[in-house]
Design a protein around this ligand. Sequence first.
Ligand code: FMN
Length: 185
Amino acid sequence: MNLIVAITGGSCAIYGVALLKALEELKVQTHLVISRMGEYVVEHECGIRLDELKSMATFTYNNDDLAAPISSGSFKCDGMIVAPCSMNTLAAIANGISINLVTRAADVTIKEGRKLILLPRETPLSVIHLENMLKLARIGVKIMPAAPGFYHQPQSIEDIVHIMVGRMLDQIGIDHSLCKRWGDD
Ligand SMILES: Cc1cc2nc3c(=O)[nH]c(=O)nc-3n(C[C@H](O)[C@H](O)[C@H](O)COP(=O)(O)O)c2cc1C
């Protein structure tokens, strides 16, 4: 499995960090790109150095590098996850605006009919945000708001984060044991 992972400037960067860590442990090949505000929020919220984060990925690219392999449909990959996905990046993707590598790679993922998962975080959501999400959902993009369930009584932030990371891995079709499932024990 070969996945593109993008981290953009929404709060809850912890989901992107945990996703990358899980994929590394599951030995999934990853292609990481982080927006400038994504880097800012990671540093502000997660207490992890950017070089440490990037070392978890198999390949990393600069968001300005529109000539990177992942900007072409001829590059073979199994899908893309944007976690977190800012409303800015979501709006660009919904409108086919490929202004940087994150939005170009997402545009390519859509046109090639590959799996695209977005983890948006904003509250409250405006009509503009909701319309952009609806537009993407209608063409098969999975919109997975950062909204973990609490029915397994999570005991830590890590438990909560793993619920969302596990659900993203489920959507992309990767087996894992990050979180309990309804009906377990
Ligand atoms: C600390 C911090 C938290 C933010 N949280 C959010 C958020 O949860 N959702 C969002 O859409 N934008 C959020 N923003 C604003 C985005 O970072 C901003 O719109 C930026 O232009 C996004 O750029 P990007 O899509 O290239 O990452 C936040 C900004 C900062 C500084």
